[in-house]
Write a protein that binds this ligand. Structure first.
Ligand code: ADP
Length: 305
């Protein structure tokens, strides 16, 4: 279980993360989504005690990371796959970590096997690893202490499609056995396939969170009119968030609300339908386009309007 409560991080006058709150429950994979620079890494670093928050708090299994007696046994962390010592072999990296954590050395072979690093790869120095191999080693390191929680920042970076497919299976299996996974990505497809819940961040603020299926169902409305300018103006006057979509305007409201606004403004519509069919991509684009100016925190399960 991960609990993030009103985390804020400021660097001088720049706010990297503002008032971010969410929970990750056992048995679930939470996808932490947002474009580059949105604040994902900063939030994850605060969860893992590497960056002190300006305000707010985060706990893993009820305690701040820094107060966990042997953190690697509670939470496996992969924040930067390139952070491993380049002069050590993969096996040495894990053996040193196992000794630090008090984990049996046999576990090193188990996790090497689990992440698909064979004996030859394990004997090579990390400096000779591709980014994909470093991610696998980082994941092996995260799994080494047999934790119940995983925090992984962009773990699919550098993996080929087969590797991404493999990782999804591994994370799904981890969660299905009662584990808690928080997984960040700037790529929607990577997360859409594996996550149960989504937390979407833009400009340092949460713009939507909830069950993936609920969020997709609440992806807004696609609407078109011959007089697009009049429609857009009416929607703006009604205080709705509007963004351009290849098929028309994407509005963060249901079809009833959008239809009523158009009727009241005397705009004849040529199309009005739920946007859900377009998948997460539309939701993601709409939300991140709207952030941060219009983002206001709302309870879980709501798309913030
Ligand atoms: P993401 O992981 O979503 O790509 P980050 O959390 O890395 O985003 O960054 C969020 C914002 O905080 C960015 O604007 C970034 O430039 C800024 N930032 C991150 N770390 C620092 C730092 N150490 N000093 C100053 N600004 C930072």
């Amino acid at each position: 279980m991960i609990a993030v409560q009103q985390l804020t991080k400021r660097y001088g006058r720049h706010t990297a993360v503002e008032d971010v709150s969410f929970h990750c429950e056992p048995g679930t994979v939470t996808g932490f989504l947002g474009p580059n620079g949105a604040g994902k890494s900063t939030t994850m670093r605060m969860i893992c005690g590497l960056t002190p928050p300006t305000s707010g708090a985060a706990t893993v299994d009820g305690r701040p990371y820094r107060q966990l007696p042997n953190p690697g046994r509670t939470v496996g962390v992969l924040l930067d796959a390139s952070a491993q010592h380049a002069g050590r072999t993969g096996r040495e990296t894990l053996t040193v970590a196992a000794a630090t954590m008090g984990v049996n050395r046999r576990r090193v072979d188990e996790v090497l096997d689990l992440v698909g690093l064979g004996p030859a790869a394990a004997r090579r120095r990390v400096r000779a690893y591709s980014l994909g191999m470093r991610q696998r080693l980082g994941l092996a390191h995260a799994l080494l202490g047999d934790p119940r929680v995983l925090v992984l920042d962009e773990p699919a970076n550098g993996l080929d499609p087969e590797g991404i497919f493999w990782m999804r299976g591994l994370l799904r299996d981890f969660a299905d056995r009662g584990g808690t996974v928080l997984l960040s990505s700037h790529l929607l497809r990577e997360v859409e396939a594996v996550a149960d819940r989504l937390v979407v961040i833009g400009g340092g603020r949460i713009v939507a969170q909830g069950d993936k299926d609920d969020l997709l169902a609440g992806a807004g409305t696609v609407v078109r009119a011959r007089d697009g300018a009049a429609l857009r103006a009416a929607l703006h006057r009604a205080g709705l968030t509007v963004s351009d979509n290849s098929e028309g305007l994407l509005v963060s409201a249901d079809t009833d609300a959008v239809g009523e606004v158009a009727l009241a403004a005397g705009v004849a519509l040529t199309e009005l339908r739920p946007a859900g069919g377009g998948g997460l991509e539309q939701l993601f684009l709409a939300l991140t386009a709207a952030a941060p100016a219009t983002a206001i925190a709302e309870p879980a399960g709501e798309v913030v309007r």
